[in-house]
Design a protein around this ligand. Sequence first.
Ligand SMILES: Cc1cc2nc3c(=O)[nH]c(=O)nc-3n(C[C@H](O)[C@H](O)[C@H](O)COP(=O)(O)O)c2cc1C
Length: 310
Amino acid sequence: MDISVQLAPQNKHGLLLPNPVIAASGTFGYGTEYAEVIDIQRLGGIVSKGITLNPRRGNPQPRLIETPAGLLNSIGLENIGVEALIREKVPVWATWQVPVIVNIVGETVEEYVQLAGILDGVEGISGIEVNISCPNVEAGAMEFGTDPEMAAQVTSAVKKETGLPVIVKLSPNVTDISEIARAVATAGADCLCITNTFRGMAIDVAQRKPALGNISGGLSGPAIKPLALYMVYTVAHEVEIPIIGSGGGSSASDALEFIMAGASAVQVGTATFTDPQAMLRIIGGVKEYLGREGFKNLGGLIGIGHFDKS
Ligand SMILES: Cc1cc2nc3c(=O)[nH]c(=O)nc-3n(C[C@H](O)[C@H](O)[C@H](O)COP(=O)(O)O)c2cc1C
């Protein structure tokens, strides 16, 4: 059964994944942390923790709060910085079969460009995911993802700087995600990731203060799946480039829903926290479904759910 998927058909390197299940940024560290826990080589791909030019310590604690059907996080992009990434992590990735994609974040267009330039052509990196959607930092990131012109500007600037496949990860915290998606696709993105976390908060009533140190955070997990799914479905009607669905996926059925809505692949994040084997389970379940339902590959299923209202 062939469940491989090409996420950057227009790119000279392409981004061919052995299967459509990718570890979502920020929920799988640099991959190395999980190498002893699950057989990471069986994953479709890994997106590393959002990286900035300089190391960041992130936001004040508490930074993670469980909600009835999800998780609120306000990590604030704690990371080791791009130099340490290249020195310590990338050489390990270069020995892996599983494609690793680096999630990048800047406070200015120039910072995104510098990061893309530093990562371009480095062995062990299969693609760049441009994070214009982090809700947990004060400057940059989500600002770029909520304005079509700025989103397009970052995309084309990054594309000029690197030959690597470029995925742009959109924010759901907008009025019309299609408008941003169209702008980013026109600016040359190879692929879209839809979506990052939804901005939310929780209040500790005993202490009468916000439960998160940063007041607000990003909501992930099962609570956001129907929201993310509809965004994928909407954008899939609007752009020609591949889409990765992200938001609350925890079962093969969730992954299949994203694929039927028009996604070519899915990212799984929060589900890994409750079950480190979740992604492998999803891969097995997708394969089993395709076999049982008589599909020879994944292609036939992508966007098959583009239903009419009648
Ligand atoms: C603790 C945590 C940290 C995250 N860090 C990042 C990050 O650094 N960059 C990014 O683009 N997304 C980040 N995300 C968002 C996830 O990659 C994913 O898009 C989101 O959680 C929705 O998927 P899920 O419901 O499967 O977790 C983070 C999410 C969580 C829960």
